[in-house]
Design a protein around this ligand. Structure first.
Ligand code: BGC
Length: 372
């Protein structure tokens, strides 16, 4: 999709939301393109500003909803669970119609969501599922299992594992264990890679054993922190890669981890184009896209977060109007209390050769920003 087309599509979406908004007979006040009263308030709770994607996610959704005539309260919680809970409580006190929540800890929001339900506020889990609560009405996300599967298949293909090549030294990493997505990412990748670990074509010199259901947590990086991933990679290289042994491939679930892992490899003397390993990622963050162009990261799984915002804005509007909320998955996301109806968007693999066609031509980045 060209940049102009995307901009037009976004404007059209906002206009169509605004038009249906104005037509609604259930609203108790006239819609206004310059915002409205507290009774058409939509709360948006995002986890942190420290990761690029959440800034983009929040800004885009906020913009769409405002253009459609809603009043918004957009809050970031610095990855602190208590802060997010306080923000949600404050939002509920302002009597919003809907809360859109990208949770920090997917298991910690039960009590505050109970307050939301009592106040008749609907809840959409944004990108990350909220667990253990009956009061999650909808979930919008990318196909998280597919994200991991694409990473696993990329490794399988690039290493020629299907053709019997190997053995290769693999270091696996997983995301934050309090994030429900992390398990899906890891399982998607591991379902592809595990047979090669079992047949000895992938060897894990650090000795991390991932056999049981919950074993992925032994390689998880709390809070998705680059520094923690870097320190962990440093440790593994120092302890297990002596005597000229080299890392051939790193399964990294996302870009923030991939960034730390690349920094570690660089500090240990690995050279792009020479002995640099395959490294996977997710999000197409700016620094990582630059690393892909510089041969320091092999791929990223791009989730065009603008499409997630578009979908959530439509969900919000349908909830407020009492219309049908579009979902396309009513089986996968059991939060321990119920299966939450979800809308899953498709993730896309980006490698060096298609940074321009996928990320620049779609308007996600300008060529300038990437130094192209
Ligand atoms: C998101 C990823 C992101 C990670 C760290 C996950 O829940 O789906 O896109 O990289 O959190 O913020």
């Amino acid at each position: 999709m060209s940049k102009n087309f995307r901009v037009l599509a976004s404007v059209a979406l906002a206009a169509s939301l605004a038009a249906t908004s104005a037509c609604s007979s259930t609203r108790d006040e006239p819609s206004s393109s310059t915002g409205g009263s507290a009774s058409n308030l939509i709360g948006i709770a995002m986890p942190t500003r420290s990761l690029e994607r959440w800034n983009n996610d929040g800004a885009h959704l906020d913009d769409l909803l405002k253009k459609a005539g809603y009043t918004t309260s957009l809050q970031y919680a610095d990855n602190k669970v208590d802060q997010q809970i306080t923000q949600l409580e404050n939002m509920i006190n302002q009597n919003p119609k809907v809360l859109v929540v990208a949770s920090i800890d997917g298991t910690a929001l039960g009590p505050v969501l109970e307050k939301a339900a009592k106040a008749n506020v609907k809840v959409i889990a944004y990108d990350r599922l909220i667990n253990g609560s009956p009061n999650v009405d909808y979930y919008a996300t990318f196909d998280n299992y597919l994200v991991g599967k694409l990473q696993g298949q990329f490794i399988e293909e690039k290493l020629g594992l299907k053709d019997g090549k190997g053995p290769f030294n693999l270091e696996p990493f997983a995301g934050s264990s309090d994030d429900n997505n992390a398990k899906f990412f890891f399982n998607g990748a591991w379902d592809v890679l595990k047979p090669y670990v079992e047949s000895g074509k992938l060897v894990i010199p650090s000795g991390k054993k991932i056999a049981g259901e919950e074993d992925w947590k032994t390689v998880s990086i709390t809070g998705w922190k680059s520094e923690t991933a870097q320190a962990e990679m440093d440790n593994r290289i120092n302890s297990f890669y002596t005597g000229g042994k080299k890392v051939n491939v790193v399964l990294s679930p996302n870009d923030s981890l991939a960034l730390g892992i690349a920094q570690s490899l660089e500090s240990k003397g690995y050279k792009p184009g020479a002995d640099w390993p395959l490294i996977t990622g997710q999000d197409a963050d700016l620094a990582n896209t630059k690393n892909i162009l510089a041969d320091k990261q092999s791929m990223t799984v791009w989730k065009d977060t603008r499409t997630l915002g578009d979908q959530v804005a439509k969900m919000v509007d349908a909830i407020v109007k009492g219309g049908t909320v579009e979902t396309n998955d009513t089986k996968t996301y059991n939060n321990g209390v119920k299966v939450v109806p979800a809308y899953l968007l498709p993730p896309v693999v980006v490698v060096k050769e298609d940074v321009k066609t996928k990320l620049v031509d779609s308007g996600f980045y300008t060529a300038d920003k990437l130094g192209l």
